[in-house]
Design a protein around this ligand. Structure first.
Ligand code: AMP
Length: 196
């Protein structure tokens, strides 16, 4: 069992890599962005509130998102371990996650920090928007700028929380998708060999 946080700016490739490691290790993939997009599509109360916030590239409140994650982590497919993708995104979310996991006798085993240059992110987001035919209404340069600002102001400050615990492993996100996956696999096998 291994519990992973995939960390990095928007467009770093967290979703792509999460899908690959989920398959290879049989883990649950918990993407808070996907959960919110599903809520928007289903027209739930949370979805209605989240839509405008997401389109503006801002963050949904800690309370709402922590509630969503707490429910999701209860589900049976998380028992063998999970990959958190896009959560925690603020220091209070990181603390809430710690408490939530501690109550269940669980913990985060590793934080994979996917590092990518800002210019590359803008290119990737533009490409993703074109390739998906605009499927994500927040994949445009204007919203990306706001998402990046939010990342540096609110999300990066989460890193020291995990750095103190010695949990961060940096991955070079400028490599090809396959190279990033293999670097992640190397890190994960080293962790599994040493038993956490
Ligand atoms: P993502 O797919 O991870 O890029 O998330 C898309 C959008 O969903 C973000 O820009 C936020 O508006 C919202 N969101 C996703 N995860 C979180 C989170 N952990 N906290 C607050 N808002 C979030």
């Amino acid at each position: 069992m291994i519990n992973i946080i995939l960390f990095g700016p928007p467009g770093a490739g967290k979703g792509t890599q999460a899908t690959r490691i989920r398959e290879a290790y049989g883990l649950a993939h918990l993407s808070t962005g996907d959960m919110l997009r599903e809520a928007v599509a289903a027209g739930t109360e949370i979805g209605k509130q989240a839509k405008a916030i997401m389109d503006a590239g801002k963050l949904v409140s800690d309370e709402v998102i922590c509630g969503v994650v707490a429910d999701r982590i209860e589900q049976r497919d998380c028992a063998k371990g999970f990959i958190l993708d896009g959560f925690p995104r603020t220091v209070p979310q990181a603390h809430a996650l710690d408490e939530l996991l501690a109550r269940k006798g669980k913990a985060i085993d590793v934080v994979l920090l996917i590092a990518v240059d800002d210019e590359a992110l803008v290119e990737r987001i533009e490409r993703r928007n074109q390739e998906s035919g605009g499927a994500r209404s927040d994949d445009n340069v204007e919203t990306l700028k706001s998402r990046l600002k939010v990342y540096y102001e609110q999300t990066e400050p989460v890193l020291p929380v995990y750095r103190e615990k010695g949990l961060i492993r940096e991955i070079d996100g400028m490599q090809s998708i396959d190279q990033v996956t293999s670097q992640i696999e190397q890190v994960l096998s080293a962790i599994q060999l040493t038993g956490g």
